[in-house]
Design a protein around this ligand. Sequence first.
Ligand SMILES: [Zn+2]
Length: 661
Amino acid sequence: MPDSVELVQWEKSQLGLLKRKGGLVLKKWLIVWLSVFCSVALPGLAGASGPLSPYMISEIKLFSLQDRQVVAIALDDQIPGKGIDEVLGYRLKPSFDEQRQADRLTVTLSNVSLSVKELPPEFPLQLESLEAGRLKISLKGLAASRAEVSTVHRKTVKARDGMIRLRTYLVFNIPNGLKKNQPTVVLDPGHGGKDSGAVQNFIHEKDLNLDISLRAARLFAGKGWNVVLTRRTDVETTLLERADAANIVNATVFISVHHNSLPEETMHRSREFGTTVLYNSSAAKPAYDLARIMQDELIGSLGTQREVMQDRPKLVVLNSTWVPAVLTEGVMMPNPANAKLILDRFQRHRSAEAIVRATETWYGRKVLAAKKPAKPRSQPAIRLTVNAPSVGNQAGNSANRGIVAESAGWIYYLRKADSVSGNKEQTLWRFYPDRFMSDQLVADQEAWDINVTAEGVYYSNWSDRQTLYLVAPDGSNARKMTDGPVQQLGFSADRVVFVRNRNIYTMPRSGGMALQLNEDVAENTVIRDGWIYYANGSDGFRPYRVRVDGTGRSKIAEDETLFLTVAGEWLLYSNLSDGEKLYRIKTDGSGRSKISEDRVGYLNFDQKFIYFTHTDQKNALFRILPDGVGKTKVMEGGTVAGPIGVVNGKLYYQGLFQELK
Ligand SMILES: [Zn+2]
C-alpha cells in the first residue's frame, strides 16, 4: 500500500450489502478503499444498513521455516461486484484486540465463523471460540514474547459469479530465536495434478517444474535459506494460493518454475527460441534485475538460446505477490533439442543450480546496496562525471568500439551472430528496454562502429568497405556518407570525428570533405567537450589530447596505455608500463595514481563505478570505485574479452545487457 495514499473507510454496515439473519452487529471490520484508485463515491452503497454476516475462517496455514514458524489465519468475505469497477481497491482490513503479558499473547477477533474446531498439535497456538462470534487466539511461553502479529491481504478478485472475494490473513510470525536474518525463498513448481502444463515430446511440464524446484529447494536450504515450496508433490494448487505463500512469509523472493510451450500456430517460431524469464515491472516490488541475472545464469548453464525477456503484469503469480517475483521458462519444450536436454537429470540439476546462483547473486547485491558506507571518508570520493558530448554517443563508447548507443529510449547495438540474426556477426539492432517486444533489425549489414545523433543512426558498414552510412532509427533511408573507411566513430558539435588508416579525421555531420587532423597514429579515440583523447601510436601509445580543430595537442602521461577512456576531468587507463594495472590521471596531466593492482583490459564507467575486464580472470567483468575501493565481480568470465558499453544505466558486455545499480 503506498504510504501517501489517503484511506477512506466505510464500516461494513454502511455498505448494506449483506443481509443477515440474527447475529451480532460488530463494526470492527472495515473494508478499505484506496482513494488513489477511485475518486468518486460508489453509487448505491451508502445509506443502506443491515446486520452483518460473520467473516469466514476457512483455513489456517502453518509454515515451518528454519528460523521461525508462521501461522496465517485466513479471513474471507465477499461483496456483490455490481457497480464496482476498481476491484483492487477493496481490502478486508480486520481490526483485532491484542493483549500482551510476560509469557502470553492473546489476540481476539470478533464476528468470525470458524469451521475448524481444533488445530493439529504442531500448530504453536491455541484457539478458543467465545460467545457472540468471538475467537480467542493465544500463544504461551517464549514464543509469545517473540511473536509479531500482522495482516497480509490477498489480491481482491471478482469471481465468475459476480461476487468480489476478499481475503486477509491474520499472520503470527514466531521466531525460534536460533538464527536471524535468514533470507526466505518461495519456490513455486508450476502446474500440478490435473493441470499438466505444457505437454510436448511426451514430457509433462509439471514434472519438470517439480523436479527442478525440489532440487533448488535442497540447494537453497544447504546455503542457509528458509525454503517454502508451494507444492511438494503432484497436486493442483491455485495461483492465488501460490502467491499467498510468498506474501504470508514475507519472502525475500518468489520463483515460479516453468518450461515454455507456445500455441500450435507459432510452433515454427518456438523452435528458434529457448530460455526466458518473466517479471512484472508494475509489481509491488519489481524484480527485473533478478530476472536478467536468472536468464543469464540459465542460459549459461543450459546453453540454450536467449528469448526476449517478458514483462507480464497480467500473470497472476506476478501481480498478486507483494515480494520480488519472477517466473522462469527454462527451455522451449516443443524444440526437440531443448526437450532432449531437459530430460537429462544432469541438466535439470544444472537448472536448479543456475536458479540458486542467480538468486544469491541478486540477493548479495541487494544486501550490499542496503549497507550504508561505514563512516564518512576523510577525503571526498572522486566522482566520475559523464561530460556528455554535445552530440552522439555517451560514456566513452567510441573508445569501446562503438558497440552500443542510445537514442530516444531505444538502445542500438551490434548483435552477436545467432539464428535470429541469420548467423551474421555485428548486424545493427535496436530494442526498447523493459518492454515485451522483439528486438528490431535496423541494418542487415555487418557494422563496425555505431553512433547516434539527431539525424539518425550512423554506422561504418563492414559489408561495404567500412564506409559510413546514416540510417533513420527504424532502418529506413540508409544513405552512404563517405567513400573511405571509418572507424572509432564519434561526434563533436557539427563534425564527425573518426579514424581512417590509423589517423584522425573530421568532416561535417552533413557529409562532405574529410580532413586529416594530424600525423599521429591514433587508437582508443574518445571525444569530450571539444577534445579528442587518444593513445598515440607515434609516441609509444602514450595518452594525448588535441582539440577537434587540431590545436592544443599535448601529452597527458608518460605511461604506455593499453586502453583508455575519459570520465569528466579524469583519464582512466590500463597502464602497460605497469603490468596493465588500472590508473587515473587528470586530463591536464596532474593527479596520476594507481586505482587497482588488477590486470585490466577494456574499461568504461558510469557515474559511479569503473567497469573493467579482468585479464587474469578469463575476462570476468569487475567494477571498482575510482578511489580504488568497492571492487566487485559483476559477471563471470568466459574467455573472450569484449568492449564494454554503458548506456542509460545499462551495461552491455559480451552480448548481454545488464542493469547498473
Ligand atoms: Zn507452465
